[in-house]
Design a binder for this molecule. Structure first.
Ligand SMILES: NC(=O)c1ccc[n+]([C@@H]2O[C@H](COP(=O)([O-])OP(=O)(O)OC[C@H]3O[C@@H](n4cnc5c(N)ncnc54)[C@H](OP(=O)(O)O)[C@@H]3O)[C@@H](O)[C@H]2O)c1
Length: 285
């Protein structure tokens, strides 16, 4: 596995740092704001896309981001590093279904880093495990996924009154899961504000999917986007629509969110870009 080579990194310097072994793999340090600016959790997303911007083949049992990355180990390392900085990891209900065998911990995605992830989280005062936050408007989701059924994995289902009513009978038996209700649909900034106020979540990692990301972008509730560009073309057709990065929202030239690039790295033919929202007024387009 080839470590990341950094072309440039212009992210603002912040206190806190990656474990030395993780810095070596990441090609530098990485920190995120933990000061509750905007009176809510700081939200950063991580996706892998194809060259044509697609995030899922949407084929039976071949729908996850790993199919898009081709099972790239270095992409899993980056996912683990980003999880290692998170107080919470947010999944839309379809992403949760696709990943229902897994918990959203750094070690789950890159087991070889388990000891370093644990040491880093402990030294920065983070809980051993990020909270899993599953967002569902309908409450129509299986409650048997690892993220909800594991006593060591704290979880929150963010849903509506109707959704909460739908799952009430089963949710009461889940070992470490709370159900939070919101007006429909869940407003991302309200979710992030509640995570900060009630659980002290300073950093929330948004791991998709595309529909959930669309709602965060529309609400201007996304602070950063980490995107891995896998060097393959996936394509789409009328029979196979396949999601792009943001679904369920169609911006106009006036409303489309612009970002500024913060860092650019590479491993082999994969590119790893980090963007901040919004773009600065001085950024050139
Ligand atoms: N390449 C990558 O990096 C990557 C990352 C993540 C996922 N994926 C893949 O992308 C696909 C899933 O993406 P997706 O866009 O179809 O689904 P998704 O965003 O994971 O889930 C969509 C569902 O989340 C709920 N939801 C989203 N926004 C909401 C809001 N504001 N309020 C309330 N509920 C909300 C709704 O659930 P209900 O229908 O339950 O109401 C909605 O149907 C999967 O194939 C997954 O494997 C790829």
């Amino acid at each position: 596995m080839e470590s990341l080579t950094t072309f440039f990194d212009e992210a603002p310097p912040l206190p806190g740092e990656l474990h030395a072994s993780l810095q070596a793999l990441y090609g530098g340090n990485l920190a995120l704001p933990r000061d509750g600016r905007h009176a809510r959790a700081y939200c950063y997303a991580n996706f892998v896309t194809s060259l044509d911007g697609i995030v899922s083949f949407e084929l039976p049992k071949r729908e996850t981001g790993s199919e898009v990355s081709g099972g790239s180990q270095i992409d899993h390392v980056v996912m683990g590093i980003l999880r290692s900085l998170a107080d919470a990891v947010i999944w839309g209900s379809k992403t949760y279904r696709a990943a229902r065998r897994f918990v959203p911990t750094p070690a789950a995605i890159w087991p070889a880093g388990a000891a370093d992830f644990a040491a880093q989280r402990a030294s920065h005062g983070l809980a051993p495990t990020p909270i899993a936050v599953i967002v569902s408007q309908s409450g129509d989701l299986p409650l048997t996924g690892a993220a909800l059924c594991n006593a060591d994995q704290p979880a929150i289902i963010a849903t509506t009154s109707a959704g909460a009513a739908r799952i009430a009978a089963f949710a009461a038996d889940l070992p470490n899961t709370a159900v939070w209700t919101f007006d429909a649909p869940v407003t991302p900034s309200a979710l992030l504000a509640r995570l900060w106020a009630e659980r002290g979540v300073a950093t929330a990692l948004h791991e998709g999917g595309a529909r959930l990301l669309g709602s965060f972008l529309a609400d201007r509730a996304l602070d950063e986007l980490f995107v891995t560009r896998a060097p393959q073309v996936i394509g789409r057709s009328a029979d196979q629509p396949r999601p792009g990065l943001a679904e369920g929202v169609a911006f106009t030239p006036e409303t489309a969110p612009w970002a500024r690039i913060l860092s650019l790295k590479r491993s082999g033919s994969y590119l790893f870009a980090r963007y901040g929202f919004p773009a600065l007024p001085t950024d050139e387009r």
